[in-house]
Design a protein around this ligand. Structure first.
Ligand SMILES: Cc1cc2nc3c(=O)[nH]c(=O)nc-3n(C[C@H](O)[C@H](O)[C@H](O)COP(=O)(O)O)c2cc1C
Length: 331
């Protein structure tokens, strides 16, 4: 009998498969369905800094028009923020009441200002942990990488002052020295890192000459980034690791656990196949464990990490070798 239980952020989970933050984690009904399919925890849809600002702008247009009543604008700003947050806090409370698995709240942020006071309210609402999805696009031609990176540490420092529940950072791989940056973050007081977030990217419509959204959902090959980095970082950091991006099926879960991930998050697969697919992923994981004689997750977690694998150099290999180029030209 296989046992899928594991520990993440000091929380006991009955499965390492987590429902990552997405539209599938924004209502209690969907969260309950995910729990029925066996997920170990849920990460709620993020509260976005931009989302709040956008609603504010819209409401300004709708309600104020051209009246020019400055004091009303200030009042409206506070009210809209409270309404948005109020709904989010209610989701946390309802989820905690109806679910028995851990509920991780999520804030999508890029600064250490506006939203900071939300963090303690989220803790008071009963969230088991807080995942911070931080991204500062390194697009400035005049800002040094250290300045961008400093924002991450500043956010952790400020949030840590306010809450005692575990803090998790969900980050991208756009850093000039990813290994050291992640190592330093893991010593900043956080309990976990999600590697990696995935972004909305622009595409071009060459008929209408417009910029359009592209690849909202990941494809299975995208697992290669978290797979490489989790393999190379697991066992070397001072926090847990959760994998995200390209988790298309149960086999992908197996791979990321072999790399050393403590948990594995799923989002696009839910959009592609529905919530019931999580049950299929669990079956695939169990079947694989049975075939290989593994009874618990710890029996095989990290078996293919760089620190455990017999040929650690394979993870550092980045250039295509002669072998592959010859094969391609000969075929
Ligand atoms: C439609 C959609 C909405 C998402 N919303 C959020 C969000 O609110 N907060 C967040 O941190 N990540 C969000 N994500 C990112 C996912 O949690 C996940 O990190 C990313 O999609 C990569 O995982 P996947 O390959 O399983 O999709 C969203 C992803 C999708 C596809």
């Amino acid at each position: 009998m296989t046992d899928l239980s594991c520990t993440y952020l000091g929380l006991k989970l009955k499965s390492p498969i987590i429902a990552g933050s997405s539209g599938f984690t924004d209502s209690v009904k969907k969260l309950q369905q995910l729990e029925q399919q066996g997920v170990g925890a849920v990460v709620l849809k993020s509260v976005f800094e931009e989302e709040i600002t956008h609603e504010y702008d819209k409401a300004l247009r709708d309600e104020v028009g051209n009246t020019g009543r400055e004091e009303f604008l200030d009042y409206l700003d506070v009210r809209i923020r409270q309404e948005n947050l109020g709904k989010y806090l209610q989701l946390i409370k309802d989820a905690k009441e109806k679910l028995s698995i851990p509920v991780i709240a999520s804030i999508n942020c890029k600064s250490a200002y506006e939203w900071m006071s939300f963090a303690d309210e989220i803790q008071r609402a009963g969230a088991d942990a807080l995942e911070l999805n931080i991204f500062v696009l390194p697009s400035s031609l005049h800002r040094a990488s250290e300045e961008n990176e400093k924002i991450y540490f500043e956010i952790v420092k400020q949030v840590k002052k306010r809450i005692s529940i575990p803090i998790v950072l969900k980050i991208s791989y756009y850093f000039s020295n990813l290994g050291q940056f992640v190592f330093d973050l893991s010593h900043s007081g956080i309990k976990g890192l999600v590697l990696f977030n995935r972004f909305y990217s622009p595409d071009f419509n060459i008929d209408t000459l417009e910029v359009t959204p592209s690849n909202v959902l990941s494809y299975p090959g995208e697992i290669s980034m978290p797979l490489r980095w989790i393999s190379m970082l697991s066992g070397r950091l001072n926090c847990d690791l959760s994998a995200s991006t390209g988790v298309a099926d149960g086999k992908a879960v197996v791979k990321l656990l072999l790399a050393g991930a403590d948990t594995v998050q799923v989002a696009s697969a839910l959009y592609r196949h529905g919530i019931g697919f999580v049950g299929i992923m669990h079956n695939e994981l169990r079947e694989w464990m049975e075939q290989h004689g593994f009874e618990t997750i710890t029996d095989f977690k990290g078996k293919l990490s760089q620190t455990s694998y017999a040929d650690p150099g394979v993870f550092e290999r980045v250039q295509f070798m002669k072998y592959f180029s010859d094969k391609e030209t000969n075929s």
